[in-house]
Design a protein around this ligand. Structure first.
Ligand SMILES: NC(=O)c1ccc[n+]([C@@H]2O[C@H](COP(=O)([O-])OP(=O)(O)OC[C@H]3O[C@@H](n4cnc5c(N)ncnc54)[C@H](OP(=O)(O)O)[C@@H]3O)[C@@H](O)[C@H]2O)c1
Length: 344
């Protein structure tokens, strides 16, 4: 039977043996130091190597590519580019960059007056042909046979899956309206999946073509208060990367590029001056597209803009818990700066 006194005596024994253990280990501390030094070296070496690699890829895709521009028609086998969500922001700027290269553009977006205005701009500034297709991607599945009819008989070299929406400002999920939720599914996710289904088979036949999928840096991880947007962009990124890998061998004439921009000064980011005012980290759509279009054919995965590349490298290094805490704080701050905030 253990006496009451034996408990502290045993505890003392444990402490004593721990002390012995500690003194034994501490005599090996030099070895432990060495192990820690090697682990530290591997960790720092990995970061340094990834920095050097990213700088080389960045220089090649964002600076070198501007000196040696590709002829899209010749390289991707067709006179036409198709751009979704093309009447404003990044999509419109992509249209101008592709038209500068001599490509005719099929413009697909929802506002007829804006479509006609962009078509006129492209014709008068770049002398290219255009075709407009009024389409509201919110409609979903029933929309695509009509788009398909417009694409028949055209030699398509480039598809830009750009159309996208974002909740009006950072909000909690219960505040996201049903319309916003379905729009993220139909506009951000379904449009990219279905437009690719329509156009990819023709590209595979001639083994030439480029498909550019505009995802977002928001797809790096879950983003509190912007959850549905981040999740929809993760869908775009995953499908785009999977397709790129599927067709990498055997279809070297096909480029499937994933673009993950950070903030660009467009209508989408106009909810706060912090996300909308142009600065070196927040380019205008024209600055962004000039850089991003030149990367097509040079890299299959890019942020499209040098400053966004640095941001992406930093967020990729963060452990997920740190990233999510940081994102939550950032989006709570942005929410607090939204003018006339309505929570319903
Ligand atoms: N801006 C950024 O900071 C940023 C960052 C990362 C990724 N992105 C992505 O880049 C893409 C373009 O964004 P943006 O900032 O350029 O957006 P934006 O300025 O709001 O322009 C969106 C374009 O898509 C069209 N559109 C919107 N909803 C549509 C619908 N239901 N059906 C058909 N067309 C529709 C708009 O047409 P209307 O002219 O009729 O409105 C407009 O032409 C999106 O996929 C977005 O997620 C943007």
């Amino acid at each position: 039977m253990p006496s009451i006194l034996s408990v502290p005596v045993r505890a003392l024994g444990t402490v004593d043996s721990f002390g012995m253990l500690f003194s034994q280990y501490s005599s090996n501390f030099k070895t432990l130091d060495d192990i820690l030094a090697v682990i530290g070296l591997i960790f720092v070496g990995r970061i340094a190597l990834s920095a050097v690699w990213n700088i080389c890829v960045g220089i090649r895709s964002m600076f070198w590519s501007r000196l040696w521009k590709k002829n899209f028609e010749k390289r991707y086998g067709g006179k036409w580019a198709v751009v979704t969500g093309c009447t404003d922001g990044i999509g419109k700027a992509y249209c101008h960059e592709l038209a500068k290269d001599g490509l005719n553009i099929v413009l697909i977006s929802r506002s007829m007056d804006k479509l006609n205005a962009v078509a006129e701009e492209l014709k008068s500034q770049h002398g290219v042909e255009t075709e407009v297709v009024q389409a509201n991607f919110v409609e979903g599945e029933t929309l695509y046979p009509r788009i398909d009819k417009h694409l028949q008989g055209k030699e398509i070299s480039v598809l830009i899956n750009n159309v996208g929406v974002m909740i009006s400002h950072p909000k909690y999920y219960d505040e996201v309206t049903d319309f916003e939720m379905w729009s993220h599914i139909n506009v951000n996710m379904a449009s990219m999946a279905v437009m690719t289904k329509l156009i990819l088979p023709g590209m595979l036949k001639k083994n030439k073509g480029a498909i550019v999928n505009i995802a977002s840096i928001a797809a790096t991880g879950p983003i509190p208060l912007l959850g549905i947007y981040a999740a929809s962009k993760a869908f775009v990124e995953f499908l785009s990367l999977s397709m790129n890998s599927e067709y990498y061998w055997g279809h070297r004439g096909i480029t499937i590029q994933t673009v993950t921009p950070a903030y660009v000064s467009t209508n989408m980011t106009s909810f706060s001056k912090w996300t909308h005012t142009p600065n070196p980290a927040t380019p205008t759509p024209a600055q962004f597209a000039a850089s991003a279009v030149s990367t097509i054919g040079y890299t299959d995965f890019t942020t499209g803009f040098w400053a966004h590349g640095i941001m992406k490298w930093i967020v990729d290094l963060m452990p997920r818990a740190v990233y999510m805490t940081f994102m939550k704080m950032q989006h709570m701050f942005l929410r607090s700066t939204v003018k006339n905030l309505h929570t319903s």
